[in-house]
Write a new protein. Structure first.
Length: 328
């Protein structure tokens, strides 16, 4: 018996309507727009809503793009490090609201979470455990951020991105690399009831090296070179990190998906947000090779090479009607 592969057939995004600009942060923090942009590339970020409301909106759009009814999806994998509740898993509420069938579970691999979830979803399709899977990355990182800490308040934000996986004889997932270095788990932490604490310089250094190494291994396993990659979709943590990684990999910035300037660091949501933005801008064509890489607290990392199979066109990042007018 030949086991099926899986391909991406739909995608969707959701961002809260409330936008916080650098000018607004200048008014209450010891910082400036120039300082924020020069160190992170971020000009604005979205905050508000909940993981479940954002995930529901992004998931619904992904189903619509794939042309699927909710009951045709028999597994939901939700990547998040900011669940609505400790128990139950946020995926349960999202599963119910969307009217999906089958099972659901959460994945917490921090900012590498979406790629981890994508790999898990692909495995479920390949082994026959599920026919169609909705994969969502959603986080409300602003909830964990000290609003008075200029080192983190300028970086983190909220959002969600989703894709649909369906079985195919022409497998779309060509290679995977993932791992964790638990000895660095204390570099980026958030205690229960507390705020995010980060050793920024060391995280930056490790992020660049780890992402380059992981992406290189994924390319090697796919028997591809950087020249074969039509689009590189890295975790949107910091524009300086993205540029450093792209340079070391040998991928020109013209072939890199970047939304961090508009979204900030949305953790599990950042890779699917950037992928969807590039897709909606018509930057992908059937047969294109897409390299996705994430790194995060833990320190986790994950990279995958995907063969795109959809002709893309449409609109850019969508705001979430479910969070209209909400403020924090």
């Amino acid at each position: 018996m030949t086991l099926p592969g899986a391909v991406i057939t739909g995608w969707g995004t959701a961002l809260p309507d409330t936008v916080v600009t650098n000018a607004q942060l200048e008014a209450r923090l010891d910082t400036t727009d120039e300082w924020i942009v020069s160190r992170s590339g971020i000009r604005e970020r979205h905050v508000g809503g909940t993981v479940s409301t954002l995930a529901i909106d992004a998931g619904r759009r992904a189903l619509e793009r794939a042309g699927l009814a909710p009951e045709q999806v028999d597994l939901l994998v939700l990547a998040t490090c900011t669940p609505d509740l400790a128990v139950p898993a946020t995926s349960a509420a999202v599963h119910f609201a969307l009217g999906l069938s089958g099972g659901a579970f959460d994945v917490n691999a921090a900012c590498a979470g979406f790629v981890y979830a994508l790999v898990a979803a692909h495995g479920a399709v390949s082994c026959g455990a599920a026919q169609r899977v909705l994969v969502i990355g959603a986080d409300c990182v602003s909830l964990l951020t000290d609003p008075d800490d200029r080192a983190t308040a300028v970086l983190f934000a909220d959002g969600a991105g989703a894709v649909v996986l369906e079985p195919s004889d022409d497998d779309g997932l060509l290679a995977v690399d993932f791992g964790v270095d638990g000895s660095a788990h204390d570099l980026l932490t958030c205690a229960h009831g507390g705020y995010m604490e980060m050793e920024g310089k060391e995280v930056f250094r490790r992020a660049v090296r780890t992402t380059v190494d992981s992406a290189s291994r994924a390319l090697q396993r796919a028997n591809l070179t950087p020249d074969d990659i039509a689009l590189f979709v890295p975790h949107q943590a910091n524009l300086r990190i993205i540029e450093a990684v792209a340079s070391r990999l040998g991928v020109p910035m013209q072939r890199v998906a970047v939304v961090v300037d508009r979204t900030g660091n949305t953790s599990s949501a950042s890779v699917p947000l950037a992928l969807a933005d590039a897709s909606d801008a018509g930057r992908l064509r059937p047969g294109d090779h897409v390299l996705m890489s994430g790194f995060g607290a833990g320190m986790t990392w994950a990279s995958t090479v995907v063969r795109w199979n959809v002709d893309t066109a449409g609109s850019a990042l969508a705001s979430s009607p479910g969070t209209r007018g909400e403020k924090r």
